[in-house]
Design a protein around this ligand. Structure first.
Ligand code: MGD
Ligand code: MGD
Ligand code: SF4
Ligand code: MO
Length: 671
């Protein structure tokens, strides 16, 4: 018998630079093949290993099939229940809170980036529709960097990243696209083929460093110092853009007074680099004429991370690279969430870092979705303690994560193959339509379906309590999220426009082409009154960060893994490193009498991990490397070693400072 094959367009909704579109082949309601979509102008038909493995992940035996309830969180005594019962439990809890408090403030929403599709913002919308509730706010990802950009340019705009193929020189600061932004690599290699010099600046010798013409192994959190000394040498070499400085910038003289008095040797020592590498870098910049700076998200995860980004930006601006084709700053776009349900509403906002450290205020119920704080956030033990104290914790998930296991109610949810959605993107800015290719897996429901059903029940109880609009389908719901801004940007008004053309065309743009910035003066700010007002240095000068101590002499770097995306994809064995390991320089290991493959203790005052050692000469002698994520097999939770240490910036863009994940310090010893 021949079965009909149907093809659907899906979009990967992960928190990833690419937002790839893919073609799903479906036979008899089974996903039989996934391929990349060659019509995507940026990803061009290629997926990463995780993308190709979605077939396996989607019907993985450990995917959640039914709602589960446990009376005692963490007991593991989950009982399978019906959705009817699940909705009853939730409704009962919501109404009891309302009765006791006469408001809904004791209900908290703890949501993040597990799925970035527009449909998923329905959770925020639902909880706003019942009045003021509590939000755990802040971003563990890139908020320090976005705030830094705001001080100097007013907002985070970015040129089309495909322009990088025409770059004359590319400097990558704490960015590892060979792992984290793979579709950018062909553009970088094209530039390299055409003669552009590629420079990678990273404490770890990464996969991206392997592709570079020059690799600079700088000390963590010292990028600002290197940027400042480079600027000083460019000035002395008469290589700055005097027209830009005179006509489009504000406060350069003030900034330069500080640069001028810097002692070069002192700062080179801080960075851990030699004068000859600085001079070679300088020569290459002068020869290239223009430079594209690719700034990763990694390097701003330090207590001076935002300020370091300001310093790199100042280097680019003074050299005349901002506002010009194929050069300038490539960090990310701050303004790509424009659908109606993505707009902020007024709630009681609790700073995520303060919540972890202080556990305030009283919460009776917590709704967790698209977030796995017990592996991804700092100090998961403290978070677990707070969750234990909240009487009713609900987690909407696809897998029984450590967070789901610490909840009372676990609700199984659909994947992007099983729901309709639109995915926006913070890098190439293209949006794409995600068709529903499969029926929901067992009893899983889409995020919209869950909230819509809850709203129906709440309204039946009391119409006044909930203003959430009831719709009959995901498409109808999504259609209501379009608005004028979306139309102006993408020229679409409803899902059916996307059915005709699933990735709307966009004009290629160069950020700040007219050199008018969104700051108060319209100029680039080398002196920022706003930064000063918020307690930072007005000028983008290097501000020193943290360093290891005698008791904890190693930096612990926990960067992103090639074969997983944050805590996702660990269930499929794409790699032999399904178990966690700690990378250490062989010379140091030998000094400590630690063997390759031995299980050791890595510890700080917060916690101790027992973890396997892997020798790696790519890791500097004062650094230990453990990839972040969720190690199902070895049950290791890396973030237990990560304290709640804030980045300098982030609060003014996300409601909480970022997290200085990479300023964690540890020691290592034999068991
Ligand atoms: N040590 C260390 N920690 C880090 C980082 C680091 O570099 N080092 N990086 C940080 C960064 S940059 C980020 S962005 C955060 C990411 O932190 P999170 O956003 O929490 O991470 P994810 O693992 O992507 O997603 C969380 C959960 O969402 C679930 N999920 C997937 N799809 C759906 C869906 O459609 N609906 C629902 N309800 N759930 C879904 C996944 O199964 C997963 O368990 O981690 C941070 N944590
Ligand atoms: N495969 C894969 N891709 C991903 C993700 C994933 O988990 N897996 N996550 C996605 C998400 S949420 C994010 S935020 C991005 C992250 O994308 P990236 O920023 O590229 O990745 P990171 O691993 O966070 O950090 C990049 C590099 O910063 C370096 N670094 C640390 N401190 C410093 C410093 O002080 N200075 C300099 N110069 N370098 C430093 C680290 O050694 C690391 O190599 O990737 C996205 N893409
Ligand atoms: S994780 Fe990123 S690179 Fe991989 S398929 Fe998804 S969007 Fe593409
Ligand atoms: Mo992130």
């Amino acid at each position: 018998m021949h079965m009909a094959t149907h093809h659907f367009k899906n979009v990967c909704p992960r928190n990833c630079y690419s937002s790839c579109t893919m073609i799903s082949e479906v036979e008899n309601n089974q996903l039989i093949h996934i391929s990349g979509d060659t019509s995507h102008p940026y990803t061009k038909g290629k997926l990463c290993a995780k993308g190709y493995a979605y077939g396996e992940k989607n019907h993985h035996p450990s995917r959640l099939k039914f709602p589960y309830y446990q009376e005692v969180k963490g007991s593991g005594k989950f009982k399978q229940i019906t959705w009817k019962k699940a909705f009853e439990l939730i409704l009962c809890e919501i109404m009891s809170i309302h009765e006791r408090y006469e408001n809904f403030l004791p209900i908290g929403l703890y949501k993040y980036t597990g799925n970035l599709g527009v449909q998923h913002f329905v959770a925020e919308q639902f909880f706003s529709s019942i009045g003021e509730t509590t939000r755990i706010v802040g971003s563990p990802c890139a908020s320090a960097g976005f705030e830094a950009i705001q001080y100097d340019m007013g907002s985070a705009k970015m040129s089309d990243p495909s322009q990088l193929k025409e770059a004359k020189m590319i400097i990558l600061w704490g960015s590892n696209p060979a792992v984290t932004n793979i579709h950018l690599i062909p553009f970088i290699l094209e530039a390299k083929d055409k003669g552009a010099k590629i420079v990678v600046i990273d404490p770890l010798f990464t996969k991206t460093a392997e592709l570079a013409d020059m690799y600079i192994q700088l000390c963590p959190s010292t990028d600002g110092a290197l940027s400042n000394v480079l600027l000083k040498r460019l000035y002395e070499s008469d290589a700055l853009d005097k027209t830009f400085l005179a006509q489009h910038s504000f406060g350069f003289d003030h900034f330069y007074e500080w640069i001028d008095q810097m002692d070069l040797q002192e700062y080179l020592q801080i960075c851990g680099i030699t004068e000859s590498s600085l001079e070679l870098l300088l020569t290459w910049i002068i020869e290239a004429g223009t430079v594209a700076h690719l700034i990763g998200i990694g390097l701003q995860r330090h207590s001076n991370g935002g300020q370091n980004i300001r310093a790199i930006q100042a280097l680019a601006a003074a050299h005349g690279d901002i506002g010009t084709y194929a050069c300038g700053i490539f960090f990310g776009r701050g303004d790509t969430m424009k659908f109606t349900n993505q707009q902020e509403t007024s709630n009681r906002d609790i700073d995520m870092n303060k919540w972890i450290t202080q556990g305030q205020p009283t919460l009776e119920m917590m709704w967790i979705s698209c977030r796995n704080p017990l592996t991804q956030d700092p100090n998961p033990r403290l978070i677990q303690e707070h969750l234990m104290k909240i009487p009713f914790v609900v987690t909407v998930e696809q897998f029984m994560t450590p967070t789901a296991a610490m909840s009372n109610l676990v609700l199984p949810t659909t994947t992007h193959f099983e729901e309709l959605d639109i995915v926006t993107n913070f890098w190439h800015d293209k949006i794409a339509f995600n068709e529903k290719a499969l029926p929901p897996y067992y009893e899983s429901r889409s995020e919209w379906n869950i909230m819509n059903e809850l709203a129906i029940r709440l309204k039946q109880f009391d119409e006044e309590l909930c203003s959430f609009p009831i719709y009959s389908s995901e498409e109808e719901y999504l259609n209501k999220q379009f608005n004028q801004e979306i139309f102006e940007h993408h020229k679409i008004r409803k899902c059916s426009d996307l059915r005709k053309k699933s990735i709307p065309n966009m004009k290629e743009t160069t950020a700040w082409r007219d050199k008018t910035f969104e700051t108060k003066t319209g100029r680039y700010h080398f002196y920022s009154v706003e930064a000063k007002k918020n307690g930072f240095s007005a000028i983008p000068k290097f501000t020193s960060g943290k360093s290891p101590t005698v008791e904890h002499p190693f930096w612990l770097l926990t960067p992103h893994h090639p074969y997983t995306i944050n805590s996702q994809s660990f269930s499929i064995d794409l790699t032999d490193d399904g178990e966690a390991f700690v990378g250490i320089h062989p010379k140091v290991a030998k000094m400590l009498n630690i063997y390759n493959g031995e299980v050791v203790q890595v510890y700080n005052s917060q916690d101790t991990l027992e973890i396997k050692v892997v020798y790696s000469a790519q890791v500097p002698e004062d650094i230990l490397l453990i990839y972040q994520g969720w190690y199902q097999r070895s049950q290791i939770i890396v973030n237990r070693l990560i304290p709640v240490l804030e980045t300098d910036m982030g609060e003014n863009v996300s409601g909480a400072k970022g997290i200085a994940y990479y300023d964690s310090f540890v020691n290592i010893s034999k068991m």
